[in-house]
Design a protein. Sequence first.
Length: 169
Amino acid sequence: MDSNAAATPAQSSMAPPIGASHWERDIYDHLIEHIAKEQALLEEYVDAAARTESKALAYLIDLLVEDEQRHHDLFRQLAQSLKSTAELNRQSQDVPRMDLGRENRAEVLEATARLLDREESDKRELRHLQNELSDVRDTTLWGLLVELMERDTDKHIAILRFAHEHAKH
């Protein structure tokens, strides 16, 4: 960027945090670097999906693009929250402070326990469905999609366990 040109809103929001500690600056720089890498990978995926004649590959790449977009957003939120924390600006954090054990503890514990039960049930159903799809494993994408949903369910369970355990303290 020309040093005389004005920074765009996106560039100025990615400026290093003012008053950051060495650790905060290092983490922030790492996050910003990763955002750039994620963006490059995202663009590569979009290009590959556009160029392929395989509908199956384009479909699978579209799934990857959704994940990469979510990763990009999460890294941006992390960077913004770290910057806000370093600058002592608690009001503009995309990632909230952890208040699981402070705000409505009983409600948090009840909700996470109930949702964990639902996710565990879903996991069993997906495992059963995966077994039912064994005959079409080599001719459809269905088994892969169910496997990906199983992994998402495992992620959901990990998130809910994290929230539940932190609400206990």
